[in-house]
Each structure stands twice: as structure tokens, then as C-alpha cells.
Design a protein around this ligand. Sequence first.
Ligand code: T4K
Length: 370
Amino acid sequence: MADKQITVTSPLLPDLEEFIPMLRDIWDRKWLTNNGHYHKELEKALADYLGVQYISLFTNGTLPLITALQALEVRGEVITTPYSFVATTHSIWWNGLKPVFVDVEEKTGNIDPEKIEAAITPRTTAIMPVHVYGTPCDTKRIQEIADQHHLKVIYDAAHAFGVQVNRESVLKHGDMSTLSFHATKVYNTIEGGALVCHDEAIKKHIDYLKNFGFAGETTVVAPGINSKMDEIRSAYGLLNLKQVDKAIAQRKRIAEIYRQGLKDVAGIRMLEDVENVRHNYAYFPIFINEEYSISRDALYAKLKEHNILGRRYFYPLISSFDSYKNLDSANPANLPIANKLADQVLCLPMFATLTDEDIYRIIDIVSTMK
Ligand code: T4K
């Protein structure tokens, strides 16, 4: 009999019995989208949960990145990381801007602040770092550099739902932060996302931008886009918010079991928790070096033979894709650490409903691989 399939993630699903009455209510209201009842409720609930003042809901996690660059009127060049999901760099490209890649820190996979200044030119106007796997960037150092060079900072916080530093939301840093609520994330609205800012007038402008630029029936203030979240996904999001803390606690437990089970395996490095950070355990990356018995890709393939579908997030590097590989900053010599991590990384299955039996099966295979 074939082994049970275990995917890298599995969505957090709300209770169907609780969802059905909400659907009935939406049917009764006959109001399906455009800042409806559940949309307003979810915005409020998320602002409370995340501990931020201004949040705007979006239809996915890519459009808030694109919109943040629009709202801040970013021009010219944007410094960013190649070690992320393609959406980060695509958002820069979609604004007609030039991405400039900077290498990452080995320890976290986040952009290395000490390498940012060398990449600044007279055309640089913003930095777009990513809190990769939910580990907070060095926000203090990044802000110092941004202040010194008058740059905007937009954090791609797609992985960082609920992450706190010293009991404060990581989303409070920079000019804006974006979230993804995709099905594969710690918290999901099936598809969805959000843009966090720190100013009421800017939030208003963002809300215009996500609704074609409309500020009233006959006024268009800017060339906006349509990226509104609908009522059904907003209601679904309200239900999922009630269970996300429990899901994060389950993820933490799974991370602890993995760490314990794999700690003595030669050639495997894992991320560590950072002091004073509330982690969300969004992913469980392991980094395979030469001391491991087989290569990273061989391990990936072996796990697949056992129906365990790990993923190489983030390989290939964004900078190696055809759209970007000819940029000067995409040269692998400029990005040695990012290239190393991309060649070493394998994300093991990580989701709240992963069973102990499955976790131990994965540990057993990884730790006895020959
Ligand atoms: N910035 C960063 C740093 C990001 O990581 C992302 C998205 C974004 C921005 C953009 O946010 P969104 O516009 O997507 O909201 C997945 C996700 O689609 C993507 O949201 C995520 N990052 C990325 C890291 O992972 P794929 O192409 O790997 O997804 P897929 O369809 O292969 O799914 C992965 C596994 O998840 C499947 O093997 C099984 C499981 N799965 C997936 C879906 C869709 C389920 O069990 N159920 C499902 O419904 O990109």
C-alpha cells in the first residue's frame, strides 16, 4: 500500500457548521463585496488581533505589495531580497521599477542590512525586505539606513502573521507592511491579503487605490486597481481568526518535535527561535550541507518516494529567473549566501493538523537516510 501523502502545508479550515449561517446571512443581505458588513468586521478584528491601527484588506498578498509602492509613489530603484517568493520582486516590476538584489544573512535568510548601503544609488527610493519564514528582519538597522538615505521601507510580511517582537507587532515597522492570507499560510481567507500602514489619511488613500481610485461615486483620485476582498472570504476569515492562536501553538509544538528529533543529524541546520520574538512557525526549513549523507535534491526526491511532499522554498532564487537574471545585481557573485541557502533549503511539512505519527515518520526518514 502506498504511504499516506503528506503535503508541505494544509489549510486551516473553519468549522463548516459555523460558516453556513454566515453564508445564509450574506445571502439575506444580498451584499457580496465592496466594503460590506463582514469586510468591515474582519478589518476591525484583524487590527485588534494584530495590534495595528490601520489595515486594509486585499484579495491576495501580491496586490498589497503593488499598491504599497503606488501609495508611497516609489520611483526608480527598489532594494530587495532574491530569497523570497517571486511575488516580492514581481510587485516592483509591475510598477515599472528596477529591483536591486542584496544578499541575505545566513542565519535567518533575511536581507543583510550591512549590504544595503553598497547597493544604494541616486535612483534608489525604497527598500522592500521580507520577514522570511516569519523571522523578523533587523528592522532597527534597516530603518537607520532608510532614514539616513531618505528611503521608504515596505516590509513583505506575507509569512509574519501574528509575529511579535518584545510583545509588539512586527507590522509596526517601516512605512508599510503587507500580509498574505493565502490558503497555504498560518492564517488564511482562501485567497486574501492586507496592507498595514500607520496613518489614517494613507489608509484612506489605500482604500481608494484598491477600489479603482474611487473616492465617492464620481471622483477618481488616482489610477487604482480592483483588489477588494469579498464578503464570503471575509466571513471565513473571521472564523479562522478564532482558531489561529491554537493553530500557532500546535505549530510550535511540531517545531519542537522536529528540532528535538533532528538535532543530532549531521549536516542539517535548523532555524532557532529568537529571544523576545513570538514566532508563528509558518514554515519548517532545514538546510542540508555536505555533511549530510545525500544531497538536498536527493533527500527531496527520497521523501517524495515516501509521499512526503517537502518544498524547496526558496529555490530557484528570484534573481535566477529569466525576467531578472540579466540585472547586474542578480549576478550570483553578488548573492553568495542567498545562492547557498537556495541550494540547501528544504521545507518539511508544517501545518497545525500534522499528526504525531506523521511527524515521527518524517523525522525517521530524514534521520536515517543513507
Ligand atoms: N510574498 C511572499 C514572501 C510570499 O511567500 C507570497 C506567497 C506572496 C508574497 C504573495 O502572496 P499571495 O498573492 O500568494 O497571497 C504557495 C502560495 O501560493 C503562495 O501564497 C506562497 N507565498 C508560496 C510560498 O507558496 P506554491 O506555488 O508553492 O503553492 P502550491 O499550490 O504548490 O501549494 C503548496 C502546497 O500547499 C501543495 O503542495 C499542497 C498545499 N495546498 C495548497 C493549496 C492551494 C493545500 O493543501 N491546499 C490548497 O488549497 O505557492
